[in-house]
Design a protein. Structure first.
Length: 338
């Protein structure tokens, strides 16, 4: 396709006037695509009350420009209204690529918009790249139950749209010297979808038990042998002020509930410290932990795959190692309330 469309866009998200972290993760993805295409990277924000100083942080983290449509009517996400706004922006500026997060907002807004335009959308991409020669977006994601990786293209339509899982990439470090344009685009109230009205807003009681935000995650697997032993994982997580994670095997056995599952068919996590105990390190589990800053593996098998990836590999029996760690933490003044 000859391309009169050229900007690469990433969709920023906000709640209560504060930018969400995923906005910065997407910029890291978008930056490398825009650089390969030699084009401009724009962060697009639809919402309300985000200050210019905050919008400028999007530029410091990789955007060349920010397009912001803000209005009290856009404070809360309403798919139809946001979709109309996004469509009108796309019509005017004709981006070649639009990336959103695979959050509840991105997973609703992007399909809605893609159908209306119409164009293609690849959900939950793990890798994004630019095809040499054509400049098409290569959108890679697990397919057939996670057993193969499929690379999908949208050669005939623009923009090429994709969602990316939160925590699957790290934001670029802030560069204070970066300068860019913040363009405030006025909101046309005719775009409000009158069929949908917000009657109230209640913050979700998260089922995730802090896995998404936790700095420390202690995850247990099949090596714990039985459900009762998972209390060791809870106890260590509590002492470390962290959250409890689990392999799919542990979840399938009913030792932990699904919101604790980490991996390809569970959550992608990005804590400062991930501790995997009695987890072998199957590729589907690793897919969920690879952006963790430090990986600790506790496993009795010296050849366990997770040991190979770990920054710290402890070869030992979980039933001896966990109490020993807890004892040493207590000796150093870290209370054990488990
Ligand atoms: C389509 C698909 C999607 C999947 N999605 C996910 C996913 O999202 N998340 C996920 O985790 N898996 C997923 N899986 C499953 C994955 O392939 C593995 O089966 C699973 O991760 C294994 O869990 P585990 O490491 O707990 O168990 P195992 O592989 O059985 O490993 C147990 C480990 O415990 C160690 N061990 C045993 N006794 C002790 C002891 N006393 N002390 C210390 N270590 C001990 C063993 O040496 C072993 O390494 C998926 C699979 C498929 C096909």
């Amino acid at each position: 396709m000859t391309d009169s469309h050229n900007e690469v866009w990433t969709l920023a998200e906000q709640y209560d006037g504060k930018l969400k972290g995923v906005s910065f993760e997407l910029l890291a993805r978008g930056r490398s695509l825009a650089d390969k295409l030699g084009t401009k990277l724009v962060s697009v924000l639809i919402g309300d009350g985000v200050a210019d100083s905050d919008l400028d942080t999007l530029i410091k983290h990789g955007a060349d420009a920010v397009y912001a449509v803000q209005s009290p009517e856009l404070k809360y996400f309403v798919c139809e209204t946001y979709g109309q706004v996004l469509r009108s922006l796309i019509k005017e500026y004709q981006p070649t690529i639009l990336l959103g997060a695979a959050t509840s907002t991105g997973r609703t807004l992007l399909p809605y918009t893609a159908v209306k335009i119409p164009t293609g959308l690849t959900a939950d991409c793990t890798e994004l790249d630019i095809e040499e020669g054509t400049g098409n977006l290569l959108q890679t994601r697990p397919a057939i139950g996670g057993n193969i990786m499929a690379t999908i293209k949208t050669p005939d339509h623009r923009p090429q749209m994709a969602t990316v899982r939160p925590k699957s990439s790290r934001p670029l470090p802030a560069d204070a010297s970066r300068k860019g344009e913040i363009k405030h685009i006025s909101f046309d109230k005719a775009l409000i979808d009158k069929r949908t009205q917000i009657r109230g807003y209640r913050k979700e009681e998260s089922e995730t038990l802090g896995l998404d935000e936790a700095d420390i995650i202690v995850a247990g697997g099949h090596g714990l042998k039985k459900g009762e032993n998972f209390s060791l994982i809870h106890s260590l997580a509590k002492q470390l002020g962290g959250a409890v994670g689990a392999s799919r095997d542990a979840v399938d056995r009913g030792w932990a509930s699904y919101p604790h599952q980490i991996g390809l068919s569970g959550k992608t996590v990005s804590p400062k410290v991930y501790v995997g105990i009695g987890i072998s390190g199957a590729i589907q589990h690793l897919a969920g932990i690879k952006t963790s800053e430090t990986i600790v593996s506790i496993n009795s098998d010296p050849d366990a795959t997770l040991h190979k990836l770990a920054d710290l590999a402890i070869v030992g029996d979980a039933f001896q190692v966990i109490p020993e760690i807890q004892k040493r933490l207590t000796e150093r003044g870290v209370k054990n309330n488990g």
